[in-house]
Design a protein around this ligand. Structure first.
Ligand code: PMV
Length: 362
């Protein structure tokens, strides 16, 4: 498999029309989680996620011929219309790291304008949507300058590969509805290097599954995902975890093909609690859940017991609860959320999202 390094992607003339490219790319929610990595952003176990819809990043990339003869990356960066030095420093580092894949980046002056659809500080991680949106802009730019990526499947694979180098989970956001990342005998063509689409294999029940995100806390999390992945290296349960993730995936795929919501929900909840269990048993140990996260889980389980409605939860690396349920019970579930869960959310904020159609060039 190619590592996409391509010294031929060099502009031969400085006589280039300035241009711009915009992509809108969604976040995703892993049902089987990626937690633990090796090498250059490679996953210790395969993961499968739902691609979301209303939580997205929109990124505009402007490019023009380089005005100076300097050789590094030339970038101006605006987040929600404001310059942001810490984000810019991260992006320059990332663009340097992919400049063997896109050597023409060093020949251009770049400006990036980026913003999220979800509230600034809602405690929602944005690296998946942000890095996938940028990776898509870079692949479109390559195609615009060199006409190299005509084939849609190849375009998506490269975008997924490049997104992975920015943030592992970002590689899954490229595909509509659902994606799988990581080598597994369960899915032909699966790879550690990029995600593969799973949307077309799903039972229609999952095509627009709802994911309402209940904001238990808006605070920035105390331990980053990068540090969390690092703590898996000497984790006493690491090997058991990676084996468990494979078993869960092996059961999840048939459940999602056949429309077995109950099995899907059981796995989603088990994976969410396992993720947080791993954090609580790391050395040093840490807790990202809040008292209201647990209160919401209890209330949800009681509601499910009483109504028999197939509504389940998941969690990301944070305290906010994702409620997963099919379209046909939306009226009941929203009533339950408004009455019982919304008052437990910080500033009563919850976001309404659902499995969506993937990124869009704007
Ligand atoms: O992509 P990262 O390095 O931000 O890690 C994401 C890890 C989880 O969101 C907790 C799980 C996942 O598979 O998305």
């Amino acid at each position: 498999m190619s590592d996409y390094k391509n010294p031929n992607l060099i502009l031969e003339t400085a006589d280039l029309e300035p241009g711009e490219i915009t992509w809108r790319s969604p976040s995703n929610l892993a049902i089987v989680k990626y937690w633990g990595k090796f090498g250059q952003q490679l996953p210790k176990n395969p993961s499968l996620s739902l691609t979301l819809s209303s939580s997205f990043t929109e990124t505009l990339l402007e490019y023009r011929p380089r005005e100076t003869s300097e050789t590094g990356i030339s970038l101006e960066f605006f987040f929600h219309q404001e310059e942001n030095e810490p984000f810019k420093a991260k992006l320059v580092k990332y663009l340097e790291s992919v400049s063997d894949i896109f050597p023409f980046l060093r020949q251009l002056d770049l400006t990036i304008y980026s913003g999220n659809s979800f509230p600034h500080s809602a405690g929602i991680a944005s690296s998946a949507s942000a890095m996938s949106a940028l990776a898509l802009c870079l692949c479109s730019l390559e195609h615009e300058l060199f006409e190299t990526l005509d084939d849609d499947a190849e375009f998506d694979r490269k975008a997924s590969y490049v997104a992975r180098l920015g943030s592992g989970s970002a590689c899954r956001s490229i595909f509509a509805k659902a994606a799988l990342w990581g080598e597994t005998g369960d899915v032909k063509g699966s790879s550690n290097l990029f995600a593969v689409p799973m949307g077309e294999e799903l039972h229609p029940l999952f095509a627009n599954l709802h994911d309402d995100i209940l904001i238990a806390s808006k605070a920035k999390k105390s331990v980053s995902s990068r540090a969390g992945h690092g703590l898996m290296e000497n984790h006493p349960f690491a090997d058991a975890r990676y084996a468990d993730a494979r078993r869960n995936l092996n059961r999840l795929i048939p459940a999602m093909r056949s429309g077995d919501l109950e099995e899907f929900g059981r796995i989603a909840e088990n994976e969410a609690l396992t993720l947080h269990g791993l954090m609580m048993s790391s050395n040093p140990a840490y807790i990202l859940l809040k008292p209201n996260t647990l209160e919401m889980i209890e209330r949800l389980r009681q509601y499910r017991e009483e109504t028999k409605h197939p509504v389940y939860f998941s969690l990301d690396a944070g305290p906010n609860l994702h409620l997963l349920y099919p379209e046909d019970i939306i009226t009941d579930v929203r009533g339950f959320i408004e009455e019982e869960l919304k008052p437990l959310c910080e500033d009563e904020i919850y976001l309404q999202d659902w499995a969506g159609d993937g990124p869009e060039q704007v």
